[in-house]
Design a protein around this ligand. Structure first.
Ligand SMILES: [Zn+2]
Length: 95
């Protein structure tokens, strides 16, 4: 499962329900965004594994737009570096 931090209204930790257990705020839309960001990070990781740096970069950017996370930031940094390396011709591939 993806990790969603806390309710934006009262800061209570999410407990996997669409309504905050403390203040009753509907957190369903936020959870859906977090799930979409999680899916984009997975797509970015798959693209990295396949050596498709530009696709990895696109998915990582999308993930961070939806929901900023540390793992998303790390993915974005890696994909950005690999894409830049490829553009300068420094990263010759054997494949
Ligand atoms: Zn709350």
């Amino acid at each position: 499962m993806y990790a969603v931090a806390s309710c934006p209204v009262c800061r209570a930790r999410f407990r996997g329900t669409a309504t905050c257990s403390r203040c009753g705020t509907d957190v369903g839309p936020l959870m859906r965004l977090a799930a979409m960001a999680h899916a984009s990070r997975e797509q970015s990781r798959t693209a990295l594994a396949n050596g498709d740096w530009s696709a990895a970069l696109g998915h990582a950017r999308r993930a961070q737009e939806l929901c900023v996370t540390r793992s998303g930031q790390a993915l974005l940094a890696v994909a950005t570096a690999l894409t830049a390396r490829e553009r300068t011709g420094a990263g010759e591939q054997n494949a």
